[in-house]
Design a protein around this ligand. Structure first.
Ligand code: NAG
Length: 306
């Protein structure tokens, strides 16, 4: 009697387990099928948007004005092409906007191989990086005369170093006043790659804004940082970018060649991982910008205090 019972229970249990497995299997199949369809639909939206935007004029979504004189503030030679490529591409081709570039350090050369850096070694950098910046900017369409490089031992090229905000802010303000700049563009508070040098530039313009030192004719904009997944999906980020930002610049695959060539001009920097970056990064196709306003900054500060 007991033996039959045990047998029955075992059979009953295995049937139940089978049932559960079957059900899960069906469920997973169904879900992955739906995920696949969603993914394909998203892909179609991306292709459609790209094809559409290639044909239509999208200057309406670029910086308003458009600004007469624009100052791009970067931390290292090569930031202007690695992160701001599409913006610079369109600005230098616009008939209206005059572009100026302020780069706050010379960057460093690879130190393990000094043969990379012949010529005179200057404070925390090398002349070679300056030559590369000029060559690169020329390809992008910014003449040497419109580029200012600040060489200061206070501003080292270092991931971990936050630059003195006052000094950076003062340099930017001087530039705005001398050149009567209408729009300043720089990094946002995440600095795209969380590089402390990049973030210092944001803090500097935020300080100018909060202290109300920015002249009324000048507006401040920052380049949006995105999460790591969005950062490396190239054009697949297009729909999200268009929805999330008021101002954007987009280049086509053909126009991107110019940006890639400009990056290649930074010879000492153009190593394998930056080559990969140039292939996969969304920043070589899309730049999205936000305006900085004193109100937003104050809310942000309050939020940080809470
Ligand atoms: C560079 O600056 C000059 C003088 O301000 C200006 O005329 C020119 O348009 C600028 N170049 C670009 C590409 O914006």
């Amino acid at each position: 009697m007991m033996i039959v019972d045990l047998d029955y229970t075992r059979r009953y249990l295995s049937l139940q387990i089978n049932d559960v497995i079957c059900w899960w299997w069906y469920y997973i199949k169904e879900i992955s099928w739906q995920l696949l369809i969603a993914l394909l639909a998203y892909l179609c939206v991306c292709i459609f948007l790209y094809a559409l935007l290639k044909r239509v004029d999208h200057t309406a979504w670029q910086l308003p004005g458009p600004p007469d004189r624009l100052l791009l503030v970067t931390a290292h030679p090569d930031d202007e092409v690695m992160f701001f490529g599409p913006l610079v591409y369109w600005l230098t081709r616009s008939k209206v906007t005059k572009v100026y570039l302020l780069c706050l350090s010379m960057g460093t050369c690879p130190t393990d191989d000094l043969s990379w850096c012949p010529g005179s070694v200057l404070a925390g950098g090398d002349k070679r990086r300056i030559d590369e910046l000029w060559a690169s900017a020329k390809i992008l369409g910014i003449p040497e005369a419109n580029i200012t490089i600040i060489i200061s031992s206070e501003l080292p090229d270092d991931q971990t170093v936050q630059w003195p905000i006052d000094e950076v802010a003062e340099s930017i303000l001087q530039y705005i006043e001398i050149y009567k700049i209408n729009a300043v563009v720089t990094f946002d508070k995440h600095g795209v790659s969380r590089h402390r040098n990049h973030i210092s530039l944001y803090f500097a313009i935020a300080a100018l804004c909060i202290e109300k030192k920015v002249p009324p004719y000048c507006k401040l904009y920052v380049l949006e940082s995105v999460n790591i997944i969005r950062k490396y999906i190239q054009l697949l980020d297009l729909p999200i970018s268009l929805l999330s930002a008021p101002y954007w610049y987009l280049v086509t695959r053909e126009q991107k060649h110019t940006i890639k060539k400009a990056m290649a001009a930074h010879k000492s920097q153009y190593v394998w991982f930056r080559k990969l970056y140039m292939v996969f990064s969304r920043y070589t196709f899309i730049n999205t910008l936000q305006e900085v306003s004193a109100l937003d900054l104050e809310l942000d500060l309050q939020f940080d205090e809470d």
